[in-house]
Write a protein that binds this ligand. Structure first.
Ligand code: LLP
Length: 417
């Protein structure tokens, strides 16, 4: 779906000119398209067709409550990784009883919180965690629904920092320990085994490794079944990639067909935990050029957005498209720019060597920033969190105001004298 398009030489989000957004709310701000999110979820839903499935949106990709509420309305459940994300889902009215709780280090408090909220399942990543959950249920008299997260030791072609299913990664239970871990779980009175899960990495533009992982998990489920351990679902995790530059990720239908094929005739519900696929290309980061700065060695466009709004280039060397909001303007010379933010870090560079025809005061849109941009945002250099705007057709609304500077340090107390 074409969400951000030039209309009359001006970049629009759906039918709203981005200049209007910049004028109304200031910059930097994130602009999300509600229709694009709807489109992406429906794309997945259509791919699943009549098969039993559940989409558990990965809240970490973008946890804004308006987005969560919209996803809930579209029928999604959620994948959470902290008590904070649990509270976000609750505040958005999401169904926690259908949601899953992932992560290698759930604290006792978080486990209690999730048990009290009747979480759909804990995705358990170690024997230590299994024992911790069981012990808590002994104390409270509750029962914890559990799926084990497997590390299938499959390397994937993505940035090493977002691989999660390789042998040396901290995630999941190693394949050779899984059967034993299920046997231990089956004997625990506070644990109800309900599924099996994996998540082997993010921004995967080849779905074959995910499909291979599902094949391995499906075979494991047969062995468990032979031992009398019956599963309700198999969770393939997230990871489906998007196009940032020239990548060719699989279509939702190819991905889902591959998963079903790997599952075969087994009567398991298929869960997926997409994050980036749902919101990644549904958002841009709108910024203004503060200065054009020339040195002997380089030409910089210093903008008012920075690594605090978009950490991905600094963290993963990620590439994001950058386009001017007004396509062609008189008197602009096209040059190669490093687009940099005001933050005092050399890695605060949002795009290197970009061909742009710009001047001070122009607005730029940084693409594919719906996922892992706002959610990775921080207040380094005492920068307030950027505003978030939702567009729907020709309507726009602020869904998170810019951070308040006074509130940022209001809770800090004087030190002991
Ligand atoms: N499920 C689990 C257990 C996960 O750890 C993740 C992402 C997902 C689902 C969603 O994956 P997705 O569908 O979005 O690929 N900050 C990095 C991405 C980190 C992903 C962490 N886990 C980035 O900006 O590329």
């Amino acid at each position: 779906m074409e969400t951000f398009t030039y209309q009359g030489g001006q970049l629009h989000a759906e039918s709203v000119p981005l200049e209007e957004i910049a004028r109304t709310y200031g910059t930097p701000c994130y602009v999300y398209s509600k229709q694009a999110i709807t489109y992406n979820v429906n794309d997945l839903k259509n791919a699943f067709g009549g098969h039993p499935y559940r989409i558990c949106y990965a809240v970490k990709a973008n946890g804004n409550l308006s987005i969560l509420r919209h996803l809930k309305d579209l029928g999604c459940a959620f994948d959470i990784v902290s008590g904070g994300e649990l509270e976000r889902v609750r505040a958005a009215g999401g169904d926690l009883t259908k949601s899953v709780f992932s992560g290698v280090g759930k604290s006792e408090d978080e486990i209690r919180l999730a048990l009290d909220a009747n979480i759909g399942a804990f995705h358990v990543e170690s024997l230590g965690e299994l024992h911790r959950i069981d012990r808590i249920t002994q104390e409270t008299g509750q029962t914890a629904p559990v799926a084990l997260r497997i590390n299938p030791a499959i390397e994937v072609d993505t940035h090493p920092n977002i691989m999660t299913g390789a042998r040396e990664n901290k995630f999941g239970i190693p394949m050779e320990e899984v059967l034993q871990a299920y046997r231990v779980a089956a004997k625990m009175s506070g644990i109800r085994i309900c599924g099996i899960s994996c998540h082997i990495g993010s921004q995967l533009v080849d779905s074959r490794p995910i499909i291979e992982a599902v094949r391995q998990l499906a075979e494991l489920s047969d062995r468990l079944s032979d031992e009398g351990i019956k599963l309700e679902y198999l969770d393939a995790g997230g990871g489906l990639g998007i196009c940032y530059q020239r990548e060719h990720p699989p279509k939702a239908s190819e991905y889902v067909d591959g998963l079903w094929d790997a599952l075969g005739q087994r009567s398991l519900t298929l869960l997926v935990e997409p994050g980036r696929f749902v919101v990644g290309n549904a958002g841009i980061l709108l910024t203004q050029v503060e200065h054009i700065k020339r040195t002997d060695a380089n030409r910089f466009a210093v903008v008012d957005a920075s690594m605090t709004e978009l950490m991905r280039p600094a963290l993963y060397g990620a590439w994001h498209g950058i386009l001017p909001v007004r396509k062609e303007q008189e008197g602009r010379q096209t040059c190669l720019y490093d687009v940099v933010g005001p933050v005092c870090e050399t890695t605060d560079c949002l795009g290197r060597g970009r061909k742009l025809a710009i001047a001070d005061g122009d607005h730029l849109a940084i693409f594919s920033t719906g996922a892992y941009a706002s959610s990775l945002g921080c207040t380094y250099n005492a920068r307030p969190l950027a505003a978030e705007i939702m567009v729907d057709g020709d309507q726009h609304r602020i869904i998170r105001p810019r951070g308040d500077l006074q509130q940022m340090f209001a809770s800090e107390l004087p030190a002991l004298e």
